[in-house]
Ligand binder design. Sequence first.
Ligand code: SF4
Ligand code: SF4
Ligand code: SF4
Ligand code: FES
Length: 982
Amino acid sequence: MTAVINGKPQAIEPGERLIDLINRCGIEVPHVCYHPQLGPIQSCDTCMVEVDGKLVRACGTTAVEGMNVVTSSPRADAAQREAFDRILGNHMLYCTVCDNNNGNCTIHNTTKLLAVEHQEIPYKSKPYEVDMSNPFYRYDPDQCILCGRCVQACQTLEVNETLSIRWEDEHPRVLWDGGKPIGESSCVSCGHCVTVCPCNALMERSMLGEAGYMTDLPKSALDGMIDVVKGIEPEMGYGSIMQVSEIESHMRESRTKITKTVCTYCGVGCSFDVWTKDRHILKVEPLEGAANGVSTCIKGKFSWGHINSADRLTKPLIREGDRFREASWDEALTLVAHRFSEIKAATGPDSLAFISSSKCTNEESYLMQKLARAVIGTNNMDNCSRYCQAPATTGLFRTVGYGGDSGSITDIEKAGLVVIVGSNTAESHPVIATRVKRAHKMHGQKLIVSDLRENEMAERADVFLHPRPGTDLIWLSAVTKYILDNGLADQKFIDQWVNGAAEFKKSLKSFTFEMASERCGLPIETLTQVAHMIAEAKGVCVLWAMGVTQHSMGSDTSTAISNMLLATGNYMKPGTGSYPLRGHNNVQGASDHGAMPNFFPGYQEVADPAIRAKFEKAWNVTLPPKPGLDNHMMIDAIHEGNLKAMYLFGEEMSLVDSNANFVGDALTKLDFFVVQEIFFSETCQFADVILPASPSLEKEGTFTSTERRIQRLYQALEPLGESRPDWIIIQDIANRLGAGWKYEHPSQIYDEIAALTPLFAGVTYERLEGYKTLQWPVAEDGSDQPLLYTKNFYFPDGKARFYPVPWSEPTDQQDAQYDLHLNNGRLLEHFHEGNMTYRTEGIREKTPCTFVEVSPDLAGERGIQTGSWVQLTSRYGKVKAQAVITTRVQGKELYMPMNSTDEAVNRLTSSHTDKVTHTPAYKETSVQLRVLGEIGEDPLPRTNSRHGHPTPQTGVEVERKWKRKDYRLPGEHLVQIQNARP
Ligand code: SF4
Ligand code: SF4
Ligand code: SF4
Ligand code: FES
């Protein structure tokens, strides 16, 4: 198909927007409100072009065969200029003293493109104050051009539905919750609106007075300068004034550093540019991340207070009695090497254990397991995927072969139906949630949520299931049985691709809807509806997380999910598959790169002699043949006196492991404990040596996100004080133990990983340069697999396997004494226990502490109100917290977010585990509740977004603007504007 643009035929892609085609052809047409990731908004009218003799908006027009387009005819040109002139009536051009004058301001660049010299419509201030009530960004109505990008982003991309423009108002402006101060609205501070704003109306507060050379002047001086500039504009024209601002903008380049990095928080894998001036973080700007585009959540966009926190560890510390003293690196490393050697000589290599960090890089996990295996000689090696994701991996190993998401986030967007089981996606994986919310709101995707809490995704779902705690396996198996029994399965897919169907069908015998209804407390009609929705949907993706895995049946329930997907043929096609959502930014990568007791990198078995021989040859050592201890077994082994020393980095083990009191007791029993951290964490108090490490912005390496996506992070800042990147520290320790490693850059570590690991054979730093990514497995030629199973499943015969799983009663059940069920999980604003996020002041303001969610029924029965102090006691410990009364939880079920270092929920959880993986059954906890009689403020302050009232609408609703009496399409009356193109 072709269209003719300015007299030249141009090939068009099906469904291509005319503005995209024009841009692709390198023709310059202004387009202020258009943003490719938001779609056409059609509010600014600057993109007017002539099509077949008629003026149209290029952004709102689809290119079609034979179309004749003229982009700069006198009519189009006049219309573009008139439209832009109206914009300048809403925006004062004071670029030289504007923090947004960084070469990427759409208004500035359009002024330049149109060579605007003078304004016809004078700038008019709006009768509103600047809103500074959000700690992270501000809104200046006087600079707002009413393009509506922010509204479109909030309503249709983030789908928080906070923003709107009331076009009927005399002076329209952007509104939060229909007219609240930002800080008292439902805004979750995700930053989408700020990122897409084409000018300085919405800006990161960290930019203000910092980005420019003259932007930190007092307001009176700034206003004076602006007046001077305005005064000379009629005589000089904008051209000369813009030249000055261009020079100032170029000067900024020498002191502003822009570095691509990958988010350090959750497993979504958002990537973005971080702008820094010395150590000051000016802003985070997401543009083209493979996983996130322009999206972020509050953490990735704004939670960077930990980087320059005064609490950062900057020198090694050595214990002396009950205190720590500062030491030189030489002294600390010598001590570590000496004690490791001594303990190894006395009690053998298996009396030492190593725990890698799922916050640190792939290269660092690789080196840690190499240190354990090749230098010390033990497989006692694990990472925190043991606490959450190991059961999901097991479920997938059993049924489809690889322990990773079977597709990409784009597949989740494409699915006809998304089923979320035990995942608070909107808070734990916010950017993935935006994709589901968008598909659901805008594209008719269906959504089923199974959870104990009515979280945001549950509120939005077409069907919300609230099964009894620990019974997901039952309803999943019953639905699968119903599908198989009623001819709703994809029999062709099963016959061609799945082994074990007959035996599996037999294993489901007891999972009738009657039994499921009784055990799960779900109506049979709902189960029937769910079965039909799953069987009949055009592509099903199942997302699950800790609400499934942190149970004694975590592996089996994960298996049941995959069985259901196999029965319905929901693998091997775009828009289908299994998505265990990985929690930490690199929890996938830590396991992938061998930080496990039974696997070398790439899930190569340590017990396999041929594999071991390969690593022995490469590393020139003899390697231990038996799998080692996992995290859970390590704690038992310390209590039993068999484990004497431990080296742990980037992991708050004493708070995040279950039954924290028992874990803490174990750590006190170690003969020698090395903790490598960025802060003096709770776990540090048990250490003998503390080594100061560098966070993500201070080092290079790669992370692997939940969708198996490997991405590079670059160094934005020098390590603070004497802190060092983890890979350098691990290498130093290895070398003091005689290893002779000579890595000078993480890329050399990756070259070694690729050479030894078929899963990553084609991964190189060059192939990951900038924003390039690879989704494993990566073949030697660099080809990767966004969709994991296309030609076969990962078993010798290429077929998947049904894997029968029985159900058993959950552990730690309620009784007369411990009569309440306690659930727990993450909160949007904080990551995990909060060691990093609490260091960002704005986050602390909005979400200062943990709390306990109590249902209105229970609150009424026990006389509890929001703010009441209560004590929860389990069979393992106690914590004190304030109550929040909410309908998110029901009956005798409580919920406690895990963001607390003082009153950690894991003082209550048990040592019961998933039978297969030893993942703690965090979600199987019974407690008693005592009301303490004291009542304080609501633990969620007034400024917390949960108190807001969103205003959902379909987008910016520009048609309402077009209906205004004072609106007419620019160019319709050919207004003569004097400026000419250069
Ligand atoms: S939730 Fe808040 S920060 Fe996010 S797009 Fe909406 S208004 Fe902006
Ligand atoms: S605040 Fe919103 S409407 Fe105003 S200029 Fe920025 S993106 Fe456009
Ligand atoms: S925390 Fe997760 S969703 Fe939020 S910006 Fe980081 S990677 Fe993205
Ligand atoms: S870019 Fe087309 S109307 Fe704004």
